[in-house]
Design a binder for this molecule. Structure first.
Ligand SMILES: [Zn+2]
Length: 159
């Protein structure tokens, strides 16, 4: 027994763009707004995991996890014909609230300050950019930052 039906019909077109971001629900609407308003994409595959792009970094001393996550990405790239991957890190801006830290980075680096975690994310972004995710795959890496006045900004890291 169907209990609900969407107002829009299903769009079966393959998307070719994959967004990798943190599962942190406090940023979902802001990430959607950035994707729609700034990058002008509203139809994309999503891979939302704790840490977002950071889950791909092999520097995280959790190489089993990053290897597994890379395999999931490879599956999507192959099965869905992905050509463009948008990768997101997140946390407080330089003057932003510490409670905006990524919970996954906090778990992995419990003794680190917000600025040390930001530096780790920068190293992770550099490593992901250097290693790539396959031939012909265009990567774009951003950091989503909560500012002191409670807004969310997006900072370019690599593309
Ligand atoms: Zn997070």
């Amino acid at each position: 027994m169907q209990i609900f039906q969407t107002s829009r019909p299903w769009n079966g077109e393959r998307l070719k763009t994959l967004v990798i971001a943190c599962s942190d629900g406090r940023l979902q609407e802001e990430v959607d707004e950035f994707l729609q308003s700034h990058l002008t994409i509203d139809h994309y595959d999503r891979l939302y995991v704790p840490g977002g792009a950071g889950a791909l970094a092999t520097s995280a001393a959790e190489s089993v996890r990053s290897d597994r996550f890379r395999s999931e990405c490879q599956f999507l790239i192959t099965a869905h014909g992905v050509e463009r991957i948008i990768l997101m890190f997140h946390g407080p801006a330089v003057d932003g609230p510490p409670e905006a830290l990524c919970g996954d980075y906090k778990r992995r680096l419990p003794a680190s300050s917000p600025s040390a975690i930001r530096e780790q994310q920068e190293r992770d972004a550099e490593q992901i950019w250097r290693d790539g995710l396959g031939d012909g795959i265009r990567l774009e890496i951003y950091r989503c930052e909560v500012t002191r006045d409670g807004f969310v900004g997006f900072v370019w890291m690599y593309d």
